[in-house]
Design a protein around this ligand. Structure first.
Ligand SMILES: [Cu+2]
Length: 313
């Protein structure tokens, strides 16, 4: 309602209310309630959980972003609702209202709030990549954010349509079982021997692309024992959707027993594998597979598919 158009003002000529404060108060109440609910009730259930250092840092990040975003969304809803109710068209009111130009206070507030939100997100995002050693993402062959001290190295080898894992600190054996200890930094070396895949260990909050000829390093430290779902997260061909397996996180003692036992059990097969390297030549691997099939070594060890098209009879 235009203040300079008293002729069309409603009977009684009410003074214009303070719209700003009438929008601000419900916005403030709803925002505080929403943020407390997000942090306390919803937050602990947000993906990917808190099984590892990288997972819990991602959960924290999502909580912070949700708490920062909710007041923005609520402001839009409150403003729309207020406009629909207070500024709606009324019978007999044909006036359009005055055009708004050059409200310095609104402009300055808008630019300041937007700038603060964007800059804060930039600083927060950078800190949250550096502090949790890459936050579970693949950092390439020369990671700049590394944990200090000893790490357990686990190589993830992707191929259509399977993941295998090599443990270079235990003689370099290769297995389809992903077993990891709690309480120790794990250093994944992710690579592929055919097309582009992506190693996604959901509960660990670890996701790293698996490219042929590339050694992609990602770190995490596991907090609790449990099951780990591993999925390929890059469309890699016909059976991409079936490219998953389940790993487990166990106590350090149980891991040691498993790793040392598997090293002995697979020793005869490990000898036939290419020596441990950060990447492998796919053509050599195919020849190895052929040799292993000829020697009757696949199936039992379950290490490689025969190098044939599984769709051909
Ligand atoms: Cu894949």
């Amino acid at each position: 309602m235009a203040a300079d158009a008293p002729a069309s003002a409603p009977a009684g000529g009410r003074a214009e209310p303070n719209h700003g404060i009438r929008i601000f108060i419900p916005w403030l109440i709803l925002s505080v309630v929403a943020d407390v609910l997000i942090w306390v009730v919803w937050g602990p259930h947000l993906p990917p959980g808190d099984m590892s250092s990288s997972a819990s840092s991602q959960q924290f990040d999502i909580k912070v972003l949700a708490v920062a975003g909710a007041p923005v969304a609520i402001f839009v809803w409150v403003y729309f609702s207020y406009a629909l109710i207070v500024w709606r068209h009324r019978a007999g009111d044909d006036e359009d209202g005055p055009a708004i130009h050059g409200n310095t206070r609104v402009q300055a507030t808008w630019i300041t709030v937007s700038s603060v939100i964007v800059l804060a997100a930039f600083v927060f995002g950078t800190v949250q990549l550096v502090v949790p050693q890459g936050a579970g993402a693949g950092e390439g062959a020369q990671p700049i954010w590394k944990p200090s001290g000893n790490t357990l190295q686990v190589q993830v080898i992707a191929q259509q349509w399977k993941f295998t894992y090599r443990y270079p600190q235990f003689g370099g054996f290769e297995t389809t079982d992903l077993v990891l200890p709690v309480g120790e930094w794990v250093e994944f070396h992710v690579t592929s021997i055919d097309v582009i895949h992506s190693f996604w260990a959901y509960q660990l909050g670890v996701k790293a692309d698996a490219n042929p000829g590339v050694d992609n390093v990602a770190y995490t430290k596991i907090n609790n024992t449990g099951t780990i779902t591993v999925r390929c997260d890059e469309l890699c061909g016909l059976w991409h959707g079936a490219m998953y397996n389940f790993g487990k996180a166990v106590s350090p003692a149980a891991f040691d027993t498993w790793a040392k036992g598997t090293e002995v059990k697979l020793a005869s097969v490990t000898k036939m594998l290419p020596p441990y390297a950060t990447t492998y030549d796919p053509t050599m691997v195919a020849q190895m597979s052929k040799a292993m099939v000829a020697a009757g070594l696949t199936g039992g060890a379950g290490l490689y598919y025969p190098p044939t098209d599984p769709l051909q009879p």
